[in-house]
Design a protein around this ligand. Structure first.
Ligand SMILES: NC(=O)C1=CN([C@@H]2O[C@H](COP(=O)(O)OP(=O)(O)OC[C@H]3O[C@@H](n4cnc5c(N)ncnc54)[C@H](OP(=O)(O)O)[C@@H]3O)[C@@H](O)[C@H]2O)C=CC1
Ligand SMILES: O=C(O)C(=O)[C@@H](O)[C@H](O)C(=O)CO
Length: 277
């Protein structure tokens, strides 16, 4: 596996593991088995109510803390208060029994509420305090990132966005690339929706002797994007890492790109108007 070098010098693996909906004892077992399967980057959030579940798996695992990349996210309801946000990051670290997060993200821009700029200032401070190593955003549109740049001169190193064949984010990826921002793909498997039965993907998966999940994850990696698929069982976790013995031809990459559609989002969460706290 190769690594992405972020603009701040930190390295991230080509693929990570999503933990949304992995909670409690069963969640810890799934995350432990994902570590055994070979994942080293784990994506959680305060709002998933599972930072403790992730931390418990890290405690029980045989892998050293410094070999793992742990991402968490600040929820919108804290953005307007510097002290509440810093306290929340410390609370999240206590819950996960960690001294620092490797990557810490603003979860949604919430542009109507319009407090993401204050929250970005807070993340800059949290990084200076050593609570978090790298700072980034999720679901930010270019206009939101341009504002961070203008007001703070500090750019996010990562923009984590919805991205799968039905919503390929071509323009946003191109913008992120111009700013040296790594694009991470959330719901990279379309959250196991109809996407995984798409006839073009069925045909191409057969052609490459892979399953559809593997084909789609390889397409994302080949775009230069870092996908963070979630899977509960060891068999699926392992399968979703079995991506490095084939290449998708450029014409087949294009066929997958062409599946994108304007209304392709799984839950119609358009960051220009959608808000989540
Ligand atoms: N920043 C943000 O705003 C957001 C971030 N995220 C992050 O992104 C992560 C991934 O996204 P998520 O929404 O979970 O969706 P995914 O696209 O990762 O899909 C997960 C679903 O796919 C199933 N699955 C996994 N592998 C396969 C496979 N090979 N074949 C068929 N089905 C498969 C899983 O089933 P099973 O579990 O039963 O194996 C689960 O139902 C989240 O867990 C979270 O960490 C997600 C949404 C928003
Ligand atoms: O899972 C996340 O990180 C989210 O931000 C949620 O919005 C998630 O996408 C969701 O589906 C909530 O209904």
């Amino acid at each position: 596996m190769t690594f992405h070098e972020l603009s701040d010098g930190q390295h991230l693996p080509e693929i990570g593991f999503g933990t949304y909906k992995l909670n409690g004892f069963a969640g810890t077992q799934s995350i432990l088995s994902a570590i055994d399967a070979g994942y080293r980057l784990f994506d959680t959030a305060f709002n998933y109510q599972n930072e403790g579940t992730v931390g418990q798996a890290i405690q029980q695992s045989h892998v050293n803390r410094d070999e793992l990349i742990i991402t968490s996210k600040l929820p919108g309801k804290y953005y307007s208060s510097y002290q509440d946000s810093i306290d929340l990051i410390q609370e999240s670290l206590y819950r996960s029994k960690l001294d620092y997060f490797d990557l810490y993200l603003l979860h949604w821009p919430n542009p109507i509420d319009d407090h993401y700029l204050e929250a970005w200032h807070t993340l800059i401070q949290a990084q200076k305090f050593g609570l978090v190593k790298s700072i980034g955003v999720c679901n930010f549109l270019p206009e939101h990132i341009e504002r961070l740049k203008k007001e703070t001169d500090i750019l996010p190193v990562v923009n984590q966005v919805e991205l799968h064949p039905y919503f390929n984010q071509q323009e946003l990826r191109e913008y992120n690339n111009t700013q040296n921002i790594l694009t991470q793909a959330w719901s990279p498997l379309g959250r196991a929706s109809a996407l995984l039965k798409d006839p073009v993907l069925v045909e191409l998966a057969k052609k490459y002797h892979k399953n559809i999940g593997q084909l789609v994850l390889k397409w994302e990696i080949s775009l230069g994007v870092l996908p963070i698929p979630k899977a509960s069982s060891y068999a699926r976790q392992k399968g979703n890492l079995d991506l490095f013995d084939f290449e998708i031809s450029s014409s087949d990459m294009q066929r997958i790109n062409d599946l994108t559609k304007p209304d392709g989002r799984i839950n119609n969460q358009d960051p220009a108007v959608y808000q989540e706290f």
